[in-house]
Design a protein around this ligand. Sequence first.
Ligand SMILES: [Zn+2]
Length: 135
Amino acid sequence: MRHSIPKFWRKREGYYQILLTRCKTCGRIAYFTYIKCPYCGSGDVELVRSSGRGVVEEYTISYYRIEGAEEYLPRIIALIKLSEGVKVTGELVDVDPSEVSEGMEVEAVLRILSSDDPHGLIYYGLKFTPIIKGS
Ligand SMILES: [Zn+2]
């Protein structure tokens, strides 16, 4: 699958970190970046970087084939509540599907998302991996 390199470059900030918008008026935090608070409409907002840590609330196993990422099947797609209180969807890695559970603590890690072809560009982004206690 050929990606648009300029499009990927423009969105790179969101691929390599989890950006949130904190409203200085109502205090709420929203996932991703806004110039106005999606809850109260205030323009007094600031971008904050998520800790990348959270808890699995729900998850599903996907066998849907994505061109350029066929080798990563099956994929575990989870709804994750970040420590900042917002929910995001993400892929879980480094864990067998039978070992995933609701309430599992996870953290964001940089991984390959897909590649154009064996000699093409490789695209990286964030996935989530279980936090191993005591390490
Ligand atoms: Zn607000």
